[in-house]
Design a binder for this molecule. Structure first.
Ligand code: NAD
Ligand code: DAU
Length: 342
């Protein structure tokens, strides 16, 4: 079995490669990654020399390159993690999100049609459903919830999902889609909430909470997400969407306070800054379908997962220090430098 994993030098893709290496050592894994600011080859150091692993630096929008790779490798399965993934960046520069997240998805699926495939799996997000009101804790996203994206990022992911389902209906492409809630764990780029707060707290820098910090996310440890995708690849029904999440809703301010406590840092590092434009209030997944059909349930409790994550950032400071010592400085200044305190 040969599997192409796109975006494998990023956070979830890399964790998925490690998980697959451990659980399916006979699968030949081809990691395709453009190595944008979010892709980091050092993350893949432990698998790089594995004879059953190949890294290919390639843009998923590069049709000639993608077709050539399919001709060479004749993949059985494609799992598409490659994306521009950060909501704040999508608000600044939407265009690249449309390129990679929509055109890149289309290019990969065209290659799948042309060369044949057993499965194309699209890694999507709960953000395609928009948000839920804070005052209705009884509401959850199901697979039938209408798409109602809020940001250029989520609109691009929703567009890709529509294309994936259209390729199934029109061309009979054997597709599946997973829509997962917020992930956390090792190797997450320190522009996302949890690693950013850990890195800032360790440096005694301000912890910038957007608005009041009441926004709720449904947090899932990254390995649980990897297990869900593996279950969908093995037992999921073609043409189906599976929501992935663990009924673990937390508001941002509580998460940041927990990080302060775990690192023994004062809560007065927290500053409330100007809110994200169009900021979604609450995400909450109903995972009934994947539980009933595939037996998947999250295994890592949030307290344990957060502790493991914090420990990982303490033990692997070189990985993220290298990141924040480079172009990240300009990013940070641009995104947070002019963000007024509220
Ligand atoms: P990430 O930003 O950490 O990694 C994205 C990877 O894709 C990087 O390695 C980057 O170099 C690569 N990439 C970007 N553009 C590319 C292109 N044109 N061609 C090839 N490679 C390219 O993202 P992540 O957090 O690991 O998310 C992975 C996927 O999971 C995304 O599709 C995202 O929408 C989805 N998702 C993420 C979360 C989350 O909480 N992080 C939750 C649900 C779904
Ligand atoms: O729900 C799944 C999505 O989760 C994925 O599709 C996205 O790829 C992933 O980035 C994530 O999106 P969010 O926007 O929810 O994640 P982020 O870590 O950027 O922000 C989490 C919450 O924390 C959100 O309400 C905004 C807030 N926040 C974030 C940052 C970076 C802050 O208050 N301050 C910050 O500095």
């Amino acid at each position: 079995m040969t599997m192409i994993v796109t975006g494998g030098a990023g956070f979830i893709g890399a964790n998925f490669l490690f998980y697959m290496r451990k659980t399916h050592p006979d699968t030949r894994l081809i990691c395709v990654d453009k190595l944008t600011y979010a892709g980091n080859l050092s993350t893949l150091a432990t698998v790089m020399d594995d004879p059953n692993f190949r890294f290919v630096k390639l843009d998923i929008c590069d049709r000639v390159g993608v077709y050539q790779l399919f001709e060479e490798e004749k993949p059985d399965v494609v799992v598409n993690f490659a994306a521009e993934s950060h909501v704040d960046r999508s608000i600044e520069t939407p265009e690249v999100f449309l390129q990679t997240n929509v055109i890149g998805t289309e290019t990969l699926m065209d290659a799948c049609r042309r060369y044949g495939i057993q499965r194309y799996h699209q890694v999507s997000t709960d953000e395609v459903y928009g948000d839920l009101p804070l005052e209705r804790p009884d509401l959850f996203f199901t697979e039938e919830t209408p798409l109602h994206a809020s940001s250029p990022y989520s609109a691009s992911k929703a567009s890709a999902d529509l294309l994936v389902l259209a390729y199934h209906r029109t061309y009979g492409l054997p597709v599946t889609i997973s829509r997962c809630s917020n992930n956390y764990g090792p190797y997450q780029f320190p522009e996302k909430l949890i690693p950013l707060m850990i890195a800032n707290a360790l440096a005694d820098k301000p912890l910038p909470i957007y608005g009041r910090g009441e926004n709720v996310r449904d947090w899932l440890y990254v390995e649980d997400h990897c297990k869900a995708i593996d279950a969908i690849l093995q037992k999921g029904r073609v043409g189906q969407v599976y929501n992935v999440g663990g009924h673990n809703e937390m508001c941002n301010i509580d998460i940041v306070k927990r990080i302060c406590k775990a690192l023994d840092k004062p809560e007065n590092l927290i500053v409330h800054v100007e809110d994200r434009k169009g900021h979604d209030m609450r995400y909450a997944i109903d995972p009934t379908k994947i539980h009933r059909e595939l037996g998947w349930l999250p295994e890592t409790k949030f307290g344990d997962g957060l502790q493991k994550t914090i420990q990982w950032y303490l033990d692997n400071s070189k990985w993220w220090q290298d990141i924040i010592s480079g172009a990240y400085q300009d990013y940070y200044e641009k995104m947070y430098g002019k963000r007024a305190e509220v």
